[in-house]
Structures are given as C-alpha cells and as structure tokens.
Design a protein around this ligand. Structure first.
Ligand code: ZN
Length: 356
C-alpha cells in the first residue's frame, strides 16, 4: 500500500507536512485502558500512522461495553480488550506496530512499560490508576495526556512534561471517600468519544509540534456537554508538589486497588449463583435493629481495631453500612490488606430499605 496516499489528507496540512508525518510514523504511544476513552484514541492514532502503539488492558469485552467502546464488535464479547483492540487496529493500519499488554497496570510493571514509549495516554476511569500513571510519568519523564469523564462533564490536560505541572499539582491526594466511577455509573458513548478524540488530538500535537500548536500543558480543558460550554483553566506547577518537585529516584510508586460501587437494586442478581459475601459493617445495635437477610456482621470498629477477617483474599465481598460511607472505609481498609474483590453498596441500608 502506498503510505503517501494513506496519509495525504493530513500531510497536505502545512502544520503537519511530510516532516510531521515522519514524526508521527516514528512515534510510540502507550494507551492505558481500551475503554470509552481508549477506543477513540486508538482509532485516531492508528489511522494517523503512529508507528508504535501499546495497549494495556486486563479486562475483557462485555455486552455493556459496546454502547461506547467503539472499537469492539459483538463477536468480541469475552475476549481480552487489549488483544481484541490490537486485532482491529491491525486491520485498520497494517503498517504500524501494535503491542497488546493484557495485564493490569501496577507499581511493579508501570516503569518498564512507560520507558518503552514516548507518550502515555490515560484512558482509565479510577483515581488509583490516574495517580499511578502520573507518578510513573514524572518518574520516567514520559508526558501523559489525561482525560476523564463523569456524567456529561469531561476534562483533558497534558501532565508530566519537564516544565509543566503534574496531576498531583492539581490533586495532591486521591479524594477521600470518593467512590470511583465503576460499572454502575452512567455514561453516553459520545461523551467518552469527544474527550478521547481531544486526547488523540493532543497526542498528535505533542508528537509533531508546530509553532501554531499549543498543547494543553499547564491548562485544563473542561467541557459540560449539557450546554457545550467549555473552559480552559490555567494550572501552575506546585513548587511543593509531593511528586514533581522531587528528584526522580525519590518518587515511590504505589497502587491502591480502587473500590467499585454497586447499587442495591442489582445485589440480589449479583449474589445469585455466586459466592459473593454480603458484609454489614455497622455496629451491633444497628445490626440487631434490622439487616439484610443473608448478610454477615463485621463491624467497622472491629476491623479498624486491626482485625483481619478469616477470608480468602480473592473472596467476592459486598460491603454495606447505613449510608455507604463506613462501608467504603471498610473496603479501603480491606484493600490495604490485599483483598482484591471488593464492592461498596452505594446508599447503604437506608437505600436498600427504600427499594425493598
Ligand atoms: Zn506536580
């Protein structure tokens, strides 16, 4: 296939030209997460001819993904996302190298992965991963294009460049008590598509710079898709930032497992035929006054006194309390002990009573 012909519509732009195209073809980009953000990023970067693309995703395609993860077909259900994405992108552009990494990004593999690429794209949906990506990006001096969506809101920025701020300059620590955006949070595919597309554009600008390009370094783009109002907030580097103000070898990489939330409405379905354990972390008097049938009692105060439940670390656990905050704390405590399959019941027992 004639490469010049394939990329003609972009090389004809004076901002790109043959020189810009050569840079795009020589670039390597690692995309973390082949989900709602990662799919449009991957499609546009592969189509533009980014010469080496890595895809990290340990998850497999399920039916609920197809509404927004536009790389996947119904026939991909059950297959690993990184591998399925790589196959589709290879069909789109056989001239580029696509590597799939069907693993979960964690503190043991992140540096080795980042060191192999020029640029990283954050297509994740949880804070734990975003902080890990940030810290590793600063440590390995690999800039990353941050993207996030919540409901109809989206944000994009470029972090981890030598002179610009990092994600921790903006958010020093993971938000306390925040329940990450997991399977139950709603999203319209086009919202993810728009933010992912902006991330792909920022990647092109970083890879093939031109005097007219102003990548979102030190600026945060926010878009409210109810109204399409967008803002550009100026971000500055925090001189006391716990990550980017340090020497690279002083940066330690940590990863705490995110805790997903589960809505009470689907708990009976989720527990049917599974070995999921429902745990009530309220105090004894609250338990005695009423609890969900089939639950076990394990008070937060008992856990926080340093007690370790005698359960397998991979036991599927759903935690609840009165409103959902104490159970989140319990989930974070258990995650710290190495429990990996934790879900927090949003709204707690109060919500449960309303719907049952
Ligand atoms: Zn910083």
């Amino acid at each position: 296939m004639n490469k010049a012909e394939r990329y003609k519509r972009q090389t004809v732009l004076s901002e790109i030209g043959e020189a810009g195209q050569a840079r795009i073809n020589a670039a390597s980009v690692l995309v973390i997460g082949a989900g709602g953000l990662g799919c449009p990023v991957l499609l546009y970067l592969a189509a533009a001819g980014v010469g080496h693309i890595g895809i990290v995703d340990f998850d497999s395609v399920d039916e609920t993904n197809l509404q927004r993860q536009v790389l996947f077909k119904t026939s991909d259900i059950g297959t690993n996302k990184a591998q399925a994405a790589a196959a589709h992108l290879h069909a789109l552009n056989p001239d580029i190298i696509i590597e799939d990494f069907p693993v979960e990004l964690d503190s043991s593999n992140v540096e080795a992965l980042f060191e192999r690429f020029d640029l990283v794209i954050d297509g994740t949906d949880n804070f734990a991963a975003k902080f890990l990506i940030n810290d590793a990006a600063v440590k390995t001096t690999t800039p990353f294009i941050y993207g996030s969506i919540l409901g109809f809101d989206g944000q994009v920025s470029v972090f981890g460049t030598p002179d610009g701020p990092c994600y921790r300059c903006l958010f020093p620590d993971p938000p306390k008590g925040h329940v990450p955006n997991c399977a139950e949070a709603g999203v319209i595919g086009a919202v993810a598509g728009m933010i992912g597309t902006v991330q792909a554009m920022e990647a092109i600008k970083m890879i093939a710079p031109h005097e007219s390009f102003q990548p979102l370094v030190g600026r945060l783009l926010t878009v409210d898709m109810h109204s399409m109002e967008n803002r550009l907030l100026t971000l500055s580097k925090n001189p006391d930032c716990s990550v980017c103000s340090k020497n690279r070898d002083e940066i330690t990489l940590e990863y705490t497992l995110p805790v997903c939330s589960i809505i009470p409405e689907i708990i009976p379905d989720q527990m049917q035929g599974s070995d999921a354990l429902l745990i009530d972390v309220r105090e004894r008097n609250e338990w005695d006054a009423g609890h969900i049938e089939g639950a076990e009692h394990m008070a937060l105060s008992w856990l926080m006194a340093g007690n370790v439940p005698g359960l397998h670390k991979d036991q599927d656990i759903i935690l609840y309390c009165q409103k959902g905050m104490r159970s989140l704390q319990a989930a974070q405590y258990l995650a710290g002990l190495g429990f990996s399959n934790l879900r927090n019941m949003a709204g707690g027992y109060e919500k449960w009573l309303k719907i049952n």
